[in-house]
Design a protein. Sequence first.
Length: 697
Amino acid sequence: MSDPAQPPAIVAETVGAIGLVGIDNPPVNAVSHAVREELLAAVTRLGADPAIQAIALYGRGRTFIAGSDIREFRAPSKPPLLTEVCSAIEACAKPVVAVIHGTALGGGLEVALAAHARVALAGTVVGFPEVTLGVIPGAGGTQRAPRLAGIPAALDLITTGKRIDAEAARDLGLVDLVVGEGEPRELALKAAADALAGALPVRRTGELAARPDEAALAAATEALARSAPNLFSPHRTVEAVAAATGPLAAGLKRERELFEACRASPQRAGLIHAFFAERAVAKIPEAKAAPRPVAAIGIVGGGTMGSGIATSALLAGLSVTLVERDEAALEAARARIAANLDGAVKRGKLTAQRRDAILAGVLRGATDLAALGEADLLIEAVFEDMAVKRELFGRLDAIAKAGAVLATNTSYLDVNAIAAATARPADVIGLHFFSPAHIMKLLEVVVADETAPEVVATGFALAKKLGKIAVRAGVCDGFIGNRILSHDKKAAEYLVLDGASPAQVDAALEAFGFAMGPFAVSDLAGLDIGFMERKRLAPTRPAAERYSRVADRLVEAGALGRKTGRGFYTYEGKSRAENPEALAIIAEERAAAGLAPRTFGADEIVARYMTAMIAEAARVVEDGTALRPIDVDAVLLFGYGFPRFRGGPLHHADTVGAAELIARIEAYAAEDPHFWRVPAILADMAANGSTFAARND
Ligand code: COA
Ligand code: NAD
């Protein structure tokens, strides 16, 4: 039974001979248990009412149905299942029409496909995002979409999770009619009346046949083997669609079995964690503070980062003034931004006219900081050097207008020390973008001791405007992401000193799901970046810390990674090969340290690397640098290519368990007690049988 304390999730009414069924479960009309129960009851009751001749389904509020309630996938579904509700809609003796607006995704589209006709308001988005959540459509989507659109089109939608507009859905046969405007309830009344008058043809989808297409199924299987070798659910969608050529009841049964196998898989849990991580990070202590208005951005430094940040701001419709050291550097920055904008035009994100307008005036360049006096928010992206940054902030303090936000894009440096170079530390914040800044989704918002709440809120509002995911971080060396990266990279270096090759380490971690292993990533970023970091930290490096000189020696030999064609690997075109020069240096370093190389299997490589990552991630939560474990997961997922289906390092940690992680750390500590230390938070979790997930609530 529905909870009587809750408002109804379905608003059913009769208007003459028409039964109207409005789905009313704000904010997005997700199909929860209550929606299923009340929808089934309403359709059954109206279907049996002799006074009713037709039924129309529509969504109240901003959307039709955004999908099944994703939170409910965590537990076995409570009856009635949505597939039963859809079967009841399809079996109804009266014509049932669905009017869709906003989104009809996943379970929402399945409800619509079970109706006897579909009318979409222009602008409606439809699709089957289930594979992005580790499941498959489980309420007839894999059986009814092929019957309406054919097997190739259904496979294209269901295996990828792509979203299409109403017109494209009509062209595929998933929607019968697209209307330009109207209010959903009124359109629902009209659609039902049209169905009764014969003006809107009705039919039961399940009575149609799906034409067999073995070639399309084989092509989809082959494509997934290439594009999603590590994923479980996309492969199951092909098996489910293959059953659509037989009787509907048998196909629905097969779909259900496959859905349940996906629902029980760890990948489903990881992908749903990632979905909520993207949204959870917005819940910050400063959420209620009013952001300051930002229309004009000032950027100092137009190198890799400054030009990427400028591109991102320009694409979001903000005006940008960029300051470089001299005319030549300014020209180079403009060329980089123009190339980025050309890329956006090619990807269809920008019109050629808009690009030309941006380059003709929306982007302004200068070599004098005085040009930044009117900017609402200034971002510094100059060299990673504390003296340079402090001197610059002192000058910006004298130039920026009152109330302007002063942001630094530093990767590692102390934002408090940078803020202290101004007389307005409350206006200073870290906005740590990732390279390429106009593409990468993550923005770490680094909150210093005196940063004002509305300045933090402004950082989050800017991220939203730029289409980025902001995560709140505290001040420490490297904030959340780079601090963890510095630590786990050491674990990878130690594995190499002890006997693994860089290629073995990368291959093991790529098989685990990382887009690139740590040595391939270092080569891509440039080995000089880590080299400078190590030099900066050398004076404070503890004597007990193991140190690998391999990367330093590669830099000294001019092997800086991809940009010089050689680093840990050699590069030719798109292919990489082990670099004999690197292997020789590794052998020399092992010999100098008196180390006899050991053999490491892929499982041990992953265990050591992941345990190091989790240990530092745990300390980041423990000392408050991250608000919650889920914030750390978001940083690694959206900024560092962590495999989404594993949910992030601390979600993954829960699947391993605190006791096992401690056992590993203690075993490794026998070799290196300085590096391998048990974080207090992990010890506490093991003692209390608790999880990182429990700390997200
Ligand atoms: N189940 C449960 N909760 C959902 C949900 C779903 N299917 N879809 C959205 N929500 C929640 C969000 O978590 C968010 O909650 P919060 O405010 O507590 O953080 C709220 O609804 C609003 O969603 P949000 O994504 O912030 O709104 P939006 O307007 O930017 O986007 C959608 C709306 C529908 C496009 C987007 O939420 C979406 O893509 N949802 C997932 C759809 C999906 O995958 N459905 C298939 C399920 S089978
Ligand atoms: P870069 O060397 O490509 O660019 C720096 C630019 O700043 C140069 O074009 C230089 O001419 C200019 N510059 C230096 N001093 C200046 C001044 N006083 N006034 C005006 N311009 C000046 O460096 P980058 O990779 O773009 O890094 C910039 C900052 O961003 C650093 O703090 C870095 O740590 C950080 N960061 C870099 C990355 C990355 O992947 N490259 C990622 C995140 C953050």
